[in-house]
Design a protein around this ligand. Sequence first.
Ligand SMILES: Nc1ncnc2c1ncn2[C@@H]1O[C@H](COP(=O)(O)OP(=O)(O)OP(=O)(O)O)[C@@H](O)[C@H]1O
Length: 629
Amino acid sequence: IWKNNRGLNFRKLNSEWICQSSLFSCLFVHICTCVFLVILISLCIRLAAVGFLTVSSTVTMSAPFFLGKVIDTIYSTGTDIETMTASLTSLCIMLTGVFLCGGAANAARVYLMEVSGQQIIRNLRGSIFMSILRQEVAFFDKNRTGELINRLSADSAIVGRSITDNLSDGLRAVAQAVAGVSMMFYVSPSLASFVLLIVPPMAALAVIYGRYLRSISKRTQDALAQATQLAEERISNLRTVRAFGKELSEVNAYKQKADFVLSLAKKEAKMRAGFFGVTGLSGNLMILSVLYKGGLLMANHHMTVGELSSFLMYTFWVGISIAGLSSFYSELMKGFGAGARLWELLERKPEFPLDEGHVLPPEQLKGQLEFCNVSFAYPTRKEAHIFQNLNLLVPAGTIMAVVGPSGSGKSSLVSLLLRLYDPDSGLITIDGHDIRDLNPYWLRAHIGTVSQEPVLFSCSIRDNIAYGATDPDAVTTEDIYRAAKVANAFDFVQRFPKGFDTVVGEKGVLLSGRTLWWKSRFYSQISNPKILLLDEATSALDSENESLVQEALERLMEGRTVVIIAHRLSTIKNADTVAVLDQRQIAECGNPTELLSNREGQFRKLMEKQSHEKGKGAEFILEPYPQKE
Ligand SMILES: Nc1ncnc2c1ncn2[C@@H]1O[C@H](COP(=O)(O)OP(=O)(O)OP(=O)(O)O)[C@@H](O)[C@H]1O
């Protein structure tokens, strides 16, 4: 306002504007404060965890030094029982206090790391889920559901664990190894240099092992994703599996996939066993060499018994830390292996961004649809062209029926209009605007679809209906009842004991099959779209339901641009125009009665074929074909 209205008289600003702007600034400040606090708290949690880690590691690593002092006290005080008791008591009381602090710090560290680890996994899963849902439809043609679910659940858990709990344990092992080695040098530099000769060969072994583990972990997660993919597909299509009696062969197929996972796990186990065997052996060799060389140093009075004991304990601790480090390294490499695909998924930019850089058309939508020289092939089957230079115009407010043989591309037209795919060349426009320039959310909100395979989510019928609205929370019960009445389904749903609160099962199977799927999907046209795409809308209905739905459809089609994709005469009887799809183009387009009167025409032949299939003669088509008034 300051920039654009320099001549603005501030006295003229009304109090409502001032109230609103101060409300917005308050809200803005509140949001900023909340975000800042959340960041501060999570930072504090991590800092506190690191603090507790430092305290617990310092206490742990100082223990051998003080225990060595206790031993030396025992030796130096000789046989004077009273002095020894006094010295030992004070030393032990002091050390018990220190150890208590160390124990408490360790418990706090484990708790904090566990909590922040779970937070990281939650955030990771949220980001992956968002990244999956943002991808274009063609991505889901190439990547199967089961595989993606495996990435979301199993892979993210492995990656999360490897960078949280594991990282905390790894940091602790590093801190303790560094402190232990330093103390070993402090207690006896010559003994330390001798013992640590074993480290370089162990490090080389660890690098080789890490590389192997990383690649095998990637292969294992891929194999697991394939097994999950098979299971997901078969479980979600259980009725087909049961109908063909394929349970046993499917179990065998799954077992084969699981066997492959097992064989990879066995390879990993062999490698792990070898590595941990070698690290265990080297730990014992270190202890042995300490005793050997340390014994000699003691004999030459270069070391006291307390120093040797401290050194021995440090060697134990360093050994344990190295074992911890190798398991940290293994888990980290496993995490990297499992994470490779996750990063790909997180990094992947969808081919059509959901909302960036798009505009809303300035004027009110009328609903004219046009395909201009459209050529298209599915990204997974680039060689099979679905359309080549296809042209089609659907004037605003008219009803166009698209017919054609199976596989001619009728449903593909709908997919292109919804911008689930982009054409390879040519233009698709709505009111003259290229749909690629329009905001996809806006586009889909103004196009209502009733698809061949409508799906219900496993929640109440009420929630399923509200799902179609732009803001489901704003949908009132009256809106839901109205949508159901328009769809001729109000009485039908009210007959359920819980009415609109009836929870439907997976894919709506708790209700009476496909009839309800279709109807319920239809309720979701609650957003009152200007353009309706009906894909095989009534193909799954019995005659009673078909007439109910037909009646509802007729009511709904009023004043909208409608594209009906159907084979049936009954479903296209209201059409103003019929377009026949064949050979990747529109073969015929015109008034249905005129098209039917052409005996050599494609539409006539299609309809004749259908009426013969129904056991009726060709006359059937011409005689009762309803004339639109
Ligand atoms: N996602 C996809 N990926 C690759 N090919 C596809 C995809 N969807 C459909 N097809 C293929 O595109 C062609 C046209 O399919 P489409 O479903 O549009 O035809 P249709 O005329 O609606 O068929 P029907 O009447 O049998 O439903 C078919 O050969 C089909 O196998």
